[in-house]
Design a protein around this ligand. Structure first.
Ligand code: GDP
Length: 316
């Protein structure tokens, strides 16, 4: 059986993840998910990217808000505010159930992988999921106003402070999830897809784990990435803003360059066809297609295009 590994952060990556889940059998599809956004809030262990992927794949995501769970109510938050507690991070009543289950099981000594896989199964998801590590890794954002935690930057400060760099606390001693390591060495692995996620805060934490870049570099199956930048712009979130602040041109080819040490192919949006040469000069194969995912059909088409690209790379 041909297996695929999709590496993803939250919202942007989960769009393609959903497309992949519609074109591949559950047993073929495996996800490696960023956990460096994870944090503890009000005593609860919150894993934003894992939950975004889980809600997206199970049809439970709140498409109006763009985050959280659908059919949500906010009684808990309202009560919390009345008691004068911190309310900068919104936790819906239904969403809360997941954080409570996770927190309770972590405290009882279970590993994040085991807990996450049980939750995905409860949500009826057939694909398998691996948090990038079972160890604690936390993204710290260095801004002109000081170094702050990722959620502080992203939610509390709404990505306003100018970024100067990122660090991933705990990464040096963290271990790549053994399930991910095993897959990257698996003879049946047919392709690896980096979903369109933020390169600096969603993908780099995974790449910072000891051995991860080498595993990708030495992987026998083609490794491709889908550009999270289209025509110099991010569709959502701070990717382009971060690139500008880091003095990196906010182009799709700059993202290809960022991954060029382990990538075999790069998917550009049709509107960026002019960057094909720049990508090929990095020693990568380039593939152009529509990468903007608005409808479910767009997600499915992009997933199919990625699988075709992987097959082309196998033949070349
Ligand atoms: P995350 O990094 O996966 O957690 O999710 P974000 O929502 O922060 O988005 C990350 C990146 O995905 C951003 O750079 C967006 O531009 C990109 N993105 C979001 N939607 C799309 C899309 O439909 N197509 C492509 N190619 N990129 C997208």
């Amino acid at each position: 059986m041909e297996k695929y590994l999709a590496i993803t952060g939250g919202v942007g990556g989960a769009k393609l993840a959903l497309g992949l889940s519609k074109v591949l059998e559950g047993e073929q599809l495996h996800f490696a998910v960023n956990t460096a956004d994870d944090f503890t809030h009000l005593g609860l262990n919150i894993c934003p990217d894992i939950d975004t992927l889980m809600y997206t794949l199970s049809g439970e995501s709140n498409t109006e808000l763009g985050w959280g769970r659908k059919n949500e109510s906010w009684q808990f938050m309202d009560a919390l505010k009345q008691l004068g507690e911190e309310s900068w991070f919104n936790l819906g009543d239904r969403d809360l159930s997941v954080h409570i289950i996770r927190t309770q099981k972590l405290r009882a000594g279970q590993q994040l992988t085991e807990i996450t896989q049980a939750l995905f199964a409860q949500f009826g998801i057939k694909a398998s999921v691996f948090p990038m590590t079972n160890d604690s890794v936390s993204t710290r954002v260095t801004t002109e106003a000081g170094t702050i935690s990722f959620q502080h930057y992203f939610v509390k400060e709404q990505c306003v402070p100018k970024v100067q760099g990122f660090s991933f606390e705990g990464a040096e001693t963290a271990r790549v999830n053994p399930g991910i390591q095993q897959l990257l060495l698996d003879e049946d692995l047919h392709g690896v897809i980096l979903c369109p996620s933020n390169p600096y805060v969603s993908i780099d934490p995974m790449l910072s784990l000891p051995g991860m870049r080498d595993l990708l570099h030495n992987c026998k199956a083609p490794v491709i990435a889908v550009s999270p930048i289209i025509s110099g712009q991010a569709i959502k979130g701070p990717t382009a803003k971060m690139m500008q602040e880091l003095s990196i041109p906010s182009t799709a080819s700059a993202v290809a360059h960022h991954y060029s040490d382990f990538l075999d192919g790069f998917v550009l949006d049709s509107s960026d066809a002019g960057l094909k040469n720049a990508v090929e000069q990095l020693g990568l194969s380039a593939f152009t297609t529509q990468t903007l995912m608005v409808t479910l059909q767009d997600r499915i088409q992009l997933a199919e295009a990625c699988l075709n690209f992987i097959n082309l790379l196998h033949r070349s």
